[in-house]
Design a binder for this molecule. Structure first.
Ligand SMILES: Nc1ncnc2c1ncn2[C@@H]1O[C@H](COP(=O)(O)OP(=O)(O)OP(=O)(O)O)[C@@H](O)[C@H]1O
Length: 264
């Protein structure tokens, strides 16, 4: 379970640019939840992920992953149990390393410190995993990842993240930079892996329909607050129009996320 308790975060404190993004922020995510997150511009979605990943440290409050207090834990220690995928398809893999070496790095992470080597059986395992992506990558184990397309790289990043068996998956608009066909492929792989490996997942998207269709819980954020938290039957019956109207009712203002409104 993920718990963020009474957390406050201020950027540039004590300067003219002081910006309190979160004030006594609380959020609990249950094991196995697939939470989609939408929100207006500057709502704090990426900063929420940065707090969870340890990229930023809160002024006060507590962050716990599976019962462990990680509030002060540095990013590199949390990275062992958190899988994060960014919008940039080049960010999750090393261009100048082969597919098999990239995959090995993540497999080692999944074995949590045990010494394992790259042998015939592992190569066969990688081939089988890659075959599932249905992109012909199973025959390219020795190719440098820099030779792959953006869609192939993002699919590989996703697969590698799964190999590391993370306790928490953070998807930060991970299909936004892909063309529609590749975005669809990567999304469908995402839903497959989340279900197959029961991954606790949080996904930021600007595509409101996507946020409605995927996952078991939807959060809408605005100005550092969760203004809507919808699950179960209510989520199944949502529409983009209903969401936008609910937001306006609660906040007494128009929903402002240019990308979200354009992607309807
Ligand atoms: N490193 C930083 N230093 C100073 N301010 C920051 C930093 N990171 C984020 N902020 C500020 O925190 C607020 C929330 O930003 P954040 O990027 O989390 O929003 P978001 O919901 O992801 O927005 P968008 O949908 O526009 O990407 C904004 O006011 C932003 O300017």
């Amino acid at each position: 379970m993920i718990a963020i308790e009474n957390t406050t975060l201020t950027f540039n404190p004590g300067t003219p640019n002081e910006n309190r993004v979160f004030e006594n922020f609380n959020l609990t995510v249950n094991k196995g939840d697939f939470v989609t997150i939408i929100g207006s511009n500057g709502a704090g979605k990426s900063t929420l992920f940065n707090l969870l990943a340890g990229t930023v440290t809160p002024d006060s409050g507590r962050i716990a992953l599976n019962g462990r207090d990680v509030t002060k834990a540095p990013e590199y220690t949390r990275a062992k149990t958190i899988g994060r995928i960014f919008q940039d398809p080049l960010a999750g893999t090393a261009s100048n390393m082969t597919l098999e070496d990239n995959m090995m790095v993540c497999l080692k992470k999944g074995f949590k410190g045990l010494r394992i080597g790259l042998n015939r059986a592992r190569r066969q395992f990688f081939r089988e995993q890659l075959r599932f992506l249905d992109m012909g990558l199973e025959d390219r184990l020795k190719d440098n990842v820099g030779l792959l397309s953006g869609g192939q790289r993002q699919a590989l990043t996703l697969l590698m993240m799964v190999l590391s068996r993370p306790d928490l998956v953070l998807l930060d608009e991970h299909t936004a930079a892909l063309d529609p066909r590749n975005a669809e492929i990567v999304l469908s792989l995402t839903t497959h892996f989340v279900k197959e490996y029961d991954l606790t997942t949080m996904m930021v998207t600007h595509n409101m329909q996507q946020a409605i269709n995927l996952g078991n819980r939807l959060l809408m954020m605005d100005a550092g607050e969760v203004v809507l938290d919808i699950g179960g039957e209510e989520k199944k019956n949502l529409t983009v129009e209903k969401l936008v109207a609910m937001f306006s009712d609660i906040r007494n203002k128009k929903f402002t996320s240019d990308e979200a409104l354009l992607s309807r």
